[in-house]
Write a new protein. Sequence first.
Length: 387
Amino acid sequence: MITSESSTAPQPSAHVPKLMKAAVLREPGGELTIEEIRTPAPARGEVLVKVAACGVCHTDLHVMKGEVRFPMPGVLGHEVSGIVAALGDGIPDRLGLAIGSRVVGAFIMPCGECEACAQGRDDLCHQFFDLNRLRGVLYDGSSRLFTKDGSELAMYSMGGLAEYAVIPVTGVSLLPEKLPLQDSAVLGCAALTAYGAVRRAADVRLGETVAVVATGGVGSNIVQIARASGAAQVIAIDVDPTKLKAAAALGATHTIDAAHTDAVEAVRALTDGRGVDVAFEVLGKPATFRQAADMLRDGGRLVAVGIADGAATADIEITRLVRRSQRIIGSYGARTRTDLRQVVSLAAADVLRPHQTVTRTFTLDDASKAYGALSRGEITGRAVVVM
């Protein structure tokens, strides 16, 4: 994968068992089953991580419900933290990775070689989408996960709902000792996605006004990064008062309970009738997408962040979009090789607070319960599954 730089020879691994526990999804709509499978081994340009925690994300839930197509049986889980247990060869010395290093793993694991990666657009990596997201394999065309009898299991990103996970080195970053190991798992998706939305897609500027529609795991991180980017107003919108209270504690200047208030009217009242410069839609629902569009001022930007169910669509008034020079920008994530380190640095500087974002923990045995709670809207911020 990475061949043009000086690299370490393969290092001897820490003690790694031959078998491990993993949460396996065998069919859409089914339960996660805890199974004993073969512990994976890293190939060239990959690291094996002993997983400390894996974040509980709505994208996994979409796959579990059959709303996002993915091959099965497979192992989900795509934002992890843990300890390096083994290194494949071809790992650049400059990365400072060694057995025992504390790391976080990103959900976008760029191949580093395709046209998009060559342009620095890790978020558009062709291999990631074509091989990992569509076929559940890594970039040599094969999975690293197998059942005890040798049957292949698909990997959603690194397949982080397991005791060990293989991650391409392009998708990991060192984690400082000062940051909590388990809670920092959310830096690899919730925070990285928020960073891409605020810094890359919207490019929020000093003094701008921002609305965040849905303040779950990603939305709560958008609140924090927007404030750190100099937004004068960060308006958090949700239907759950508990989530709104948490958003206020993370930096939202105003909160709107959309269950009892017309959110569009409330946003315009807070912005002297003009609307916001940037509206982030983080739920992926047609109604909230239209709502976010209606919150924009002239020249405003709507940043679509939430993954929708299947092929859901939203109606937008074309003439208003044209006459008022508004923009709609899709934002899937960030540019992992550069931005993941920036996200970790923000957390180290206490700009991002993973210990406040994570509000519930579940054991691997209770992984299905974690996603059930997420589906029912019971998770404030982010939950993590700990190993």
